[in-house]
Design a protein around this ligand. Structure first.
Ligand SMILES: [Zn+2]
Length: 56
């Protein structure tokens, strides 16, 4: 598996993972609740289009 070699990155604001900060949701790292909520919001919207964006 290649995944573990990379540090996670906040898909919303692009911030790199910082130890002890943020939170993990569906294998992705988010720097804050704000970014997580933004992501969840996008996710809801993209469900309508069916067949997500990139890596799932
Ligand atoms: Zn963020």
């Amino acid at each position: 598996m290649v995944f573990g070699l990379f540090k996670k990155r906040d898909p919303v604001c692009g911030m790199k993972e910082e130890d002890g900060k943020g939170q993990i949701y569906q294998g992705k790292w988010f720097c804050s609740d704000t970014c997580l909520n933004t992501y969840k919001d996008k996710e809801k919207k993209s469900e309508k289009h069916a067949g997500g964006s990139c890596c799932h």
